[in-house]
Design a protein around this ligand. Structure first.
Ligand code: CTP
Length: 472
């Protein structure tokens, strides 16, 4: 089969000519070919394999390109890369390769195209298109990868145990591709992943997190997450989630299975937002429920304070996975901490002051918080489902109304500390903080509007009540 039309970009012709000059066979392989055949849009990462030296080919190509771009050489791997404005081309020499069992470091030997295809992770990633002049665009598919693409199947070129123990990261890649592409992992492959799960220990946290991000970013993340559960990889990655699994019953009272509930919440939120960190918040919003679970004879199961405990757990989890402890982490913590606030609100009559407090505490993230809470509705009872949704809509409407009137978001105190000092002729002291806090409280409660004149009047009253007297 020929796929010349995949190779319309001028770079392929340049590579083809360079390879001819070197008298070597050369192919485009891997993700680019797979995504082209799946019509997944234009891949920007191009992997080139040459039966010869990847570094030499990269240099020859760069010489023939306008502006002679820089070639970055990775000596240890014998590979080279050229980065363009919107393209990244990686050149490798075809190799026979096996990995050191204890590190993921490859032991490399030169090989043929077939050797190189053998050592790749999946049949759908081993598809190659020829770049030779007389066979330009011919598909080389020794493992029926094309058929696997059609059947939506993830299969390894070699016996799965060999491919996965060569590089255990591939266990996660299999699951990630299944989630991204909605493919099924072949039975033997799945069994091999479960069997080799302990080998995940040699994979770096950064690589694990990369794959987790991709699973979470996929259209239906529960596909990947439930595969992580099924293959028992999840306890090595996110034990906090596994701790949520199961339903306990005491005296006829049960609680829901918070693990499977969480997966539904993540799928729900994936339908409404692409925000990766909000998806993380959905994944972690209930993790505090395992350590806080209690049974009380009178009221049944409770998870008192799980939001607070959960938000503390977020920090430890991010740290363990070497994820950034930055504003993204703080955002996830905040979402977990506040995850029950709108629910409590919506169950009651929604007062203006409660909404002002919600907007004040959530600040610029109030919409994200509402999105999370709406995704948290997983009841199968259509009547309840409708009621909850309507309640949240009421809260949303009220947020808009209160916002238009009171401008609480990104609240700035209408009276500064300096003005309080000036008014009462004070030195820096505790009273200033007390008055500022009282003004903020009065605004949130609705005692006074969020306006300068009203706040100034209130400041005077408060100061006098504290025994201060305004300057004449
Ligand atoms: N590969 C592999 N084993 C790995 C990683 C990569 O065999 N652990 C091979 C596959 O043939 C893959 C190619 O290297 O197609 C390029 O890898 P990479 O760029 O990481 O992935 P892509 O398949 O291009 O997919 P994506 O960009 O979605 O990650």
């Amino acid at each position: 089969m020929n796929h010349k039309e995949a190779l319309k970009a001028p770079i392929f012709k340049t590579i083809s000519e360079a390879a001819e000059l070197l008298g070597a066979e050369c192919y485009v392989i891997g993700g680019f070919v797979r995504d082209y055949l799946l019509q997944r849009g234009n891949a920007k990462d191009i992997d080139i394999v040459i039966v010869g030296s990847g570094v030499q080919l990269a240099k020859t190509v760069a010489d023939r390109l306008e502006g002679k771009p820089k070639v970055t050489v990775f000596k240890n791997f014998g590979t080279a890369m050229i980065k363009g404005d919107d393209l990244e081309v990686e050149f490798v020499g075809a190799r026979k390769e096996s990995y050191d069992r204890n590190s993921r470091k490859p032991i490399v030997e030169n090989g043929t195209l077939k050797d190189d295809q053998n050592r790749r992770d999946f049949t759908i990633n081993a598809l190659a298109l020829s770049l030779a002049k007389n066979s330009f665009g011919d598909l080389i598919d020794p493992f029926a990868g094309l058929q696997d693409l059609e059947n939506k199947c993830i299969r390894t070129p070699l016996e799965p145990g060999v491919t996965y123990s060569d590089d255990p990261l591939r266990m996660l890649r299999a699951i990630r591709f299944a989630s991204q592409l909605k493919f099924t992992i072949q039975k033997e492959s799945l069994a091999a992943i479960a069997k080799h799960k302990k080998r995940l220990k040699i994979v770096s946290k950064e690589r694990i997190v990369d794959e987790l991000h991709k699973i979470l970013a996929s259209p239906k993340p529960s596909i990947g997450l439930s595969l992580l559960h099924k293959t028992e990889l999840l306890p090595y990655i996110l034990p906090e989630l596994i701790a949520l699994e199961g339903i306990e019953e005491i005296e006829g009272q049960r609680h829901k299975d918070n693990f499977w509930h969480t997966l539904e919440v993540v799928d729900n939120i994936a339908e409404t937002t692409e925000n990766l960190w909000l998806r993380w918040a959905a994944l972690l919003h209930d993790i505090g429920k395992a350590p806080t679970k209690k049974f009380h004879k009178k009221i049944g199961w409770t998870f008192h304070g799980h939001e607070f405990v959960g938000s503390k757990m977020v920090y430890r989890l991010f740290k363990r996975l070497r994820m950034p402890l930055n504003d993204k982490m703080k955002f996830v913590q905040k979402m977990v901490l506040m995850s029950s606030r709108p629910i409590v609100l919506s169950e009651d009559y929604v007062t203006d002051s409660a909404v002002r407090r919600l907007v004040f505490d959530a600040g610029e993230h109030v919409e994200d918080l509402m999105t999370l809470c709406e995704a948290d509705i997983t009841t199968k009872n259509p009547r309840k489902q409708r009621r909850y949704k309507n309640n949240f809509q009421r809260v949303r409407n009220k947020i808009v109304e209160v916002e238009n009137r009171d401008h609480i978001r990104n609240f700035q105190p209408p009276i500064s500390g300096a003005e309080i000092m000036e008014t009462f002729d004070l030195k820096p002291s505790r009273e200033i903080g007390v008055i500022k806090e009282a003004i903020k409280e009065a605004i949130l409660e609705g005692t006074i509007p969020n306006e300068y004149a009203a706040a100034k009047e209130y400041m005077k009253e408060k100061g006098i009540a504290l025994g201060l007297s305004p300057k004449k």
